[in-house]
Design a protein around this ligand. Structure first.
Ligand code: 13P
Length: 342
């Protein structure tokens, strides 16, 4: 495979394929495993992820790359095959989460700044040697009627740009993820408020990327969709989410960016797919629009698996189904009745 940043980025968003976010930290995967009563030990984490990466139909056809947590990047399957090789064999790109998490920001109650820049240049060399060709850094921007502050937007945008520049120096495509908090957002703010905040955040992020000389052809943007808080009395349909999200992206994301891969942020499986499908009904978009989903690709498979080896085939079928639905959505060919047909 080509080692040019722009070719790797293109491969990550190639037609009808998207990214599997399997980079849950040890703490986050514990929450997922708790929900199915499985112990959070290394062997179970390995078995679960091996099950996903050995889903041939999904990996060959619908998954262009996989975001890994550091442990998985170095882990071997039960038969000794490196998990990274399972991903490469499916012609998918291995990637690595490199941030050290969103930490409380001093003097900014309710806001966070993502850490992990110190020593990143050296860590990236190790990740490259282990096979990673893209990376992920997630900035989380709080949202309500008064937040975010400009200080938090600026600090997170600056860190994202410095991370992105270090990645490109190391031959690694940065996924630039400025999430205006979707995940577990209990707020009652409107979709218009999310529209306004997402616009401010993207404006700051692309300003900082420019100042740090990040080559836009060699990144993938991973934004939130524009949605209201989960307690907002008015919850929009997919068409409205698509309308708001696309209008913000068109104004703030240069066409040099090859692709935009959304996070699912706690949306239901069907909403994550339907929203993406509604956006891809638009033709003439300047970038590819696809998925970089964690929960919306894995939730059904996790439940079907339940930690039991006899359930592997059923779990792989559940994963393959969700991956296929999202692949159709990325091509604007998804219809909700395909869910029932399965
Ligand atoms: P979700 O799709 O579950 O939000 O996870 C994607 C991700 O990698 C967030 O950083």
């Amino acid at each position: 495979m080509s080692e040019r940043l722009e070719d790797i980025a293109e491969a990550m968003v190639k037609n009808g394929q998207g990214l599997l976010a399997a980079d849950e930290s040890t703490g986050t995967i514990k929450k997922r495993f708790d929900s199915i009563g499985v112990d959070n030990v290394e062997e179970n984490r390995r078995d679960y992820r091996e099950m996903l990466f050995r889903s041939r139909e999904a990996m060959d056809n619908y998954v262009s790359g996989v975001i890994l947590f550091e442990e998985t990047l170095h882990q071997k399957a039960a038969d000794g095959t490196p998990l990274v090789d399972l991903i490469r064999d499916a012609d998918a790109v291995p990637g690595i989460k490199v941030d050290k998490g969103a930490q409380p920001m001093p003097g900014h109650a309710g806001e966070t700044v993502t850490e992990g820049l110190d020593g990143l240049r050296d860590r990236l060399k190790g990740y490259y040697d282990a096979g990673a060709r893209f990376a992920k850094w997630r900035a989380v921007v709080s949202i309500d009627e008064t937040l975010p502050t400009w200080g938090a937007i600026r600090a997170n945008a600056h860190a994202l740009a410095r991370y992105a520049a270090l990645c490109q120096e190391a031959g690694i495509v940065p996924i630039v993820e400025p999430e205006v908090q979707m995940d577990g957002n209990p707020g009652d703010h409107s979709i218009e408020r999310c529209h306004q905040v997402t616009a401010e955040v993207l404006k700051a992020v692309f300003g900082e990327l420019h100042e740090q000389d990040v080559k836009l052809e060699g990144i993938v943007l991973k934004p939130n969709m524009v949605v209201p808080g989960s307690k907002c009395a008015v919850q929009p349909g997919s068409e409205e989410v698509a309308h708001h999200t696309l209008s913000v992206l068109r104004r703030h994301v240069p066409s040099a960016v090859p692709g935009i891969a959304f996070l699912s942020g706690g949306l239901s499986d069907s909403d994550a797919t339907a929203h993406l499908a509604a956006m891809n009904l638009q033709k003439d978009l300047p970038w590819k629009l696809t998925y970089s989903y964690g929960r919306a690709l894995q939730a059904a498979a996790l439940k079907a698996w339940g930690g039991k080896s006899e359930n592997v085939a059923a779990a792989q079928a559940a994963f393959t189904h969700r991956a296929k639905m999202n692949s159709l959505a990325a091509q604007g060919r998804y219809q909700p009745d395909l869910e029932a047909a399965a």
